[in-house]
Write a protein that binds this ligand. Structure first.
Ligand SMILES: Cc1cc2nc3c(=O)[nH]c(=O)nc-3n(C[C@H](O)[C@H](O)[C@H](O)COP(=O)(O)OP(=O)(O)OC[C@H]3O[C@@H](n4cnc5c(N)ncnc54)[C@H](O)[C@@H]3O)c2cc1C
Ligand code: FES
Length: 268
């Protein structure tokens, strides 16, 4: 079952024109944007923004995770990789333009089990690392000890290592060994004997399957899922995942019930 704390909707979904304050390419084809708007005051780590592409031929909004939240300045950061036409258009938008944003959407990570002095584990892969940066920042602010194991395909794809190091002990792996430890995050995580109060993960499906299996019985282990989306607000059922132990007629919607789920609750 998804716990009440995970199911709780945080704040209202808003529709807003957010101002683009800054955009930089932080790795080949990976861009970081700073956006300003009122909806920042409602944001929680692990939620996402559903962003309209300023091109009338692209009707569906694009879901992008919130990577950092600064409620004082009403700014947030998103980090995205160019995958196709929509994200390519985002990457060309100049500073000062406005993006049509629906959000903050979805249920984020439950950080409440972690208290000062507790150990927490973050497991991230590739373009799944961005939402975990805000998780690390907020856990650090609570006085928790955070270990982050971050996996990338190769050295050129490594992002957010320095920023993550401000809040966590960071171990980077690359599939081909061009930077950090060679291999997958699972090899590093399997070496740990420490018990963690909570585990937070986001990344490619194979990585999430590993985390789901390994931390199946853990009371506070969380996966952030991706799926193709249309409405992004729970109405169209384009984004369903199946529930563990139930027949296929039982669904959860990634956009509305997720994107964060507890391990052992859905079929990854
Ligand atoms: C909850 C959530 C959070 C995400 N966070 C991030 C993030 O922080 N950074 C990042 O780079 N990417 C993220 N993604 C993936 C991102 O949404 C897609 O890369 C993006 O929509 C691709 O759009 P496109 O027009 O460039 O690609 P196209 O392939 O041209 O898109 C065609 C259609 O497919 C959809 N689509 C394509 N790939 C995906 C995908 N992987 N997930 C969902 N829909 C997809 C598009 O939204 C669009 O409707 C996230 C996806 C989800 C579901
Ligand atoms: S995208 Fe429509 S219900 Fe999730």
């Amino acid at each position: 079952m998804v716990s009440d704390s995970c199911k709780k909707r945080f704040g209202k979904i808003m529709l807003e024109q957010m101002e683009l304050l800054n955009q930089v390419e932080i790795a080949p084809n990976i861009f970081s944007m700073i956006l300003k708007g009122q909806m920042v005051s409602q944001m929680q780590a692990g939620q996402f923004l559903h962003i309209r592409v300023p091109d009338d031929s692209k009707l569906l909004r694009r879901p992008i995770s919130i990577a950092e939240i600064d409620r004082d300045s009403l700014t947030c950061r998103i980090i995205y990789r160019i995958e196709g036409g929509g994200t390519a258009i985002f990457s060309q938008l100049p500073v000062g333009s406005f993006l049509d944003v629906m959000g903050p959407q979805g249920n984020g990570f439950d950080l409440s089990p972690v208290r000062a002095g507790d150990h927490a584990l973050i497991i991230g892969g590739g373009i799944g690392v961005p939402p975990l940066l805000e998780v690390a920042k907020e856990l650090y602010a609570k006085g928790a000890q955070v270990t982050a194991v971050l996996g990338f395909s190769d050295k050129s794809a490594v992002i957010l290592e320095a920023e993550m190091k401000k809040y966590a002990e960071v171990i980077v792996t690359t599939d081909n060994g061009s930077y950090g430890r060679k291999g997958y995050v699972s090899a590093v995580v399997d070496e740990f004997s420490q018990d963690y109060v909570a585990v937070y993960s986001c990344g490619a499906p194979a990585m999430l399957q590993y985390v789901d299996r390994k931390f199946q019985e853990h009371p506070h282990a969380y996966l952030s899922m991706e799926s193709r989306m249309a409405c992004g607000m729970g109405a169209c059922y384009a984004c369903v995942v199946h529930v563990a132990g139930q027949d296929e007629s039982v669904n959860k919607r990634v956009c509305e019930d997720g994107p964060v789920f507890e391990t052992g609750t859905i079929i990854v």
